[in-house]
Design a protein around this ligand. Structure first.
Ligand code: SAH
Ligand code: SF4
Ligand code: F3S
Length: 439
C-alpha cells in the first residue's frame, strides 16, 4: 500500500479542497500518514495570498530536499497555479504541480504519477467544472464545509485569487442541498458554505437560485442547527441575505464582510467597486436586524498611495462599525496583480506601524463589545476540552469562542453538542462562562 502526507496552507477553501483530495487518494488505496518522513507521496496544498505564505512552501520543499529519494513531491493549490512549471526549476524534486481549478483531473494525474512519470501538471484555468466528489474525507465530525462557488470574477488590484482559482463557477442548488441532507443524516449540525465571493452565487440550473434563496433552502434541511457562509463581497451583498437571516434562526447571526479600507480613494485604487457609503448602507441593514448580527471584516493597511489621512479614515470606520473581530494585513506585492504598477509603495516599517495602531484600536473595541455580553446566556457548540485550564471550549452562533465550566451535577458535555452558557467574563478574543442548568 502507498502512503501519503498532506499539509495545507491558506483559507478554508484550501482546507476543504484538501479534504476532497484526501478522499480521492484514500479511494485509490493510499493510506494517510501524519509525518512526511514515512510517506511515499508528500503533498503541499499551498496559498499565495501574501508573499510570506508563498515563501513557506518553498522553505518546506527545501527542508526535505535531501531526503527526497524514493518519494514523490506534489505542489497543489494557489502557488502551484501561479508558478506552474517554474516550480520544477525552483524545486527539482517536485513531480506533480496541480492548481485548484484542475482538481477534477486529479485521479488521472495520479495514474500518471503511479506510472512513474517524472513531471505531471494540471494547470488549466479554463474549466467550467467544480471539484465535487462524494469521497470527501472531512476533518471535523460536527461542522462541515461545502463549496458552493469556485473562482472569482472580481479583479481587486492587490489580489492573486482570480489568477490562481480561475473564473467563477457555481454548483447547482440541488447538488448543494443533497450534500447538506447527507451531512445532516450523518450527524453534522453545522454547515459552512464556502466561496471566494459567495454573494455572486448563481445556481446554473433552471431554478436560478441566488445566495439568499440557497440560504433559505439550506435552513430547511432537517437536523441542521447552524449555517454559516463566507466570504461575502460588499458589492454583491444584497438586502435579501439579511432578510433570510432575520427569518431563519438556523442561519447564524454573523456576517464576514471584508472592507479592506475606509477611504474612498483607496477603495477606488483597489478596484473594490464600492464606496464607503455603499458599504455603510450594508452595515446599517445588519445593525437594524432584530437578530444582533455580529460583523467581522478584513483590512489591508499600506496599500500603495495610502496617505496618513486615508489610514485615519480606516481607523474612523472601525469606530463607526465597531467590528466584533477583524483580520488585518500589511499590503503584500503579488505577481501579475495590477497594484504592482501603482506608485508610492510604502515602506515595511510604515506598514508595520499602521498595522500595530489598527490592531490596538480594534483590541479596545473588542474588549468593549465582548464586555457587553457579560450576563447574557449564549448557546455554545462544544468543540472540546482544555485540560490545562479545565474549561470546555465552545463557540457561539456569532462565532465567538466561549470557554466554560460545568456546575456540579451537570452531565459532562460531548463535542458537537449544544449547551446554554451564562457569560461571566470577557476578554479581547474570547468569553468565559458557566454552563446553565436547563429545566
Ligand atoms: N475573497 C475574499 C477573501 C480574499 S483573501 C474577499 O474578497 O474578501 C482574504 C484577505 O486577504 C482579503 O480580504 C484581503 O484582506 C487579504 N489580502 C488579499 N490580497 C492581499 C495582499 N496582496 N496583501 C495583503 N493582504 C491581502
Ligand atoms: Fe481577491 Fe477581490 Fe476576488 Fe476577494 S473579491 S478573491 S479580494 S479578487
Ligand atoms: Fe490563499 Fe488561494 Fe485561499 S491564495 S487564501 S489558498 S484562495
Amino acid at each position: 500500500m502507498k502512503s501519503f502526507y498532506i499539509e495545507t496552507f491558506g483559507c478554508q477553501m484550501n482546507a476543504h479542497d484538501s479534504e476532497k483530495v484526501v478522499g480521492t487518494l484514500l479511494e485509490r488505496g493510499y493510506e494517510q500518514v501524519e509525518e512526511p518522513a514515512g510517506a511515499d507521496l508528500v503533498l503541499y496544498n499551498t496559498c499565495s495570498i501574501r508573499d510570506k505564505a508563498e515563501q513557506k512552501v518553498f522553505s518546506r520543499l527545501q527542508q526535505f530536499k535531501k531526503e527526497s529519494k524514493g518519494k514523490v513531491f506534489g505542489v497543489l493549490g494557489c502557488v502551484a497555479q501561479q508558478e506552474g512549471e517554474r516550480i520544477f526549476e525552483r524545486a527539482p524534486h517536485v513531480s506533480l504541480v496541480c492548481g485548484s481549478a484542475s482538481y477534477t483531473r486529479l485521479p488521472e494525474l495520479l495514474v500518471q504519477i503511479e506510472r512513474g512519470d517524472r513531471r505531471v501538471t494540471g494547470l488549466s484555468l479554463d474549466t467550467e467544472e467544480t471539484f465535487e466528489t462524494p469521497l470527501t474525507r472531512r476533518d471535523n465530525p460536527h461542522r462541515a464545509y461545502i463549496t458552493i462557488i469556485e473562482g472569482c470574477d472580481k479583479s481587486c488590484a492587490y489580489c492573486v485569487v482570480p489568477f490562481t482559482r480561475g473564473p467563477e463557477r457555481s454548483r447547482t442548488g440541488a447538488s448543494i442541498i443533497e450534500e447538506a441532507r447527507q451531512l445532516a443524516s450523518m450527524g453534522y449540525t453545522e454547515i459552512q458554505l464556502l466561496g471566494q465571493n459567495v454573494n455572486s452565487y448563481l445556481d446554473p440550473s433552471p431554478e436560478g437560485w441566488n445566495l439568499a434563496r440557497l440560504l433559505r433552502e439550506i435552513a430547511r434541511v432537517p437536523g441542521l442547527r447552524r449555517v454559516r457562509f463566507t466570504t461575502s463581497h460588499p458589492r454583491d451583498f444584497g438586502r435579501d441575505i439579511i432578510e433570510a437571516i432575520d427569518e431563519n434562526p438556523v442561519l447564524c447571526n454573523h456576517v464576514h464582510l471584508p472592507v479592506q479600507s475606509g477611504a474612498d480613494s483607496v477603495l477606488a485604487r483597489m478596484q473594490r467597486l464600492y464606496t464607503r457609503s455603499d458599504y455603510m448602507r450594508r452595515i446599517d441593514w445588519m445593525k437594524n436586524s432584530p437578530r444582533q448580527i455580529a460583523i467581522t471584516t478584513d483590512i489591508i493597511v499600506g496599500f500603495p498611495g495610502e496617505t496618513e489621512d486615508d489610514f485615519k479614515q480606516t481607523l474612523a470606520l472601525l469606530d463607526e462599525v465597531e467590528y466584533d473581530s477583524l483580520f488585518s494585513f500589511k499590503y503584500s506585492k503579488r505577481p501579475n496583480t495590477p497594484a504592482l504598477a501603482l506608485d508610492e509603495h510604502l515602506s515595511e516599517d510604515e506598514k508595520g506601524a499602521r498595522l500595530t495602531i489598527l490592531q490596538e484600536k480594534q483590541r479596545a473595541i473588542q474588549i468593549r463589545r465582548n464586555a457587553d455580553l457579560v450576563g447574557r446566556t449564549e448557546e455554545a457548540m462544544i468543540e472540546g476540552f482544555n485540560k490545562a485550564t479545565g474549561q470546555w471550549i465552545g463557540r457561539t452562533a456569532q462565532n465567538r469562542t466561549l470557554n466554560f465550566t460545568l456546575p456540579d451535577g451537570l452531565p459532562v458535555p460531548a463535542p458537537g453538542r449544544y449547551m446554554p452558557v451564562l457569560v461571566t467574563r470577557a476578554g479581547a478574543n474570547s468569553l468565559a462562562g458557566e454552563a446553565v442548568r436547563t429545566a
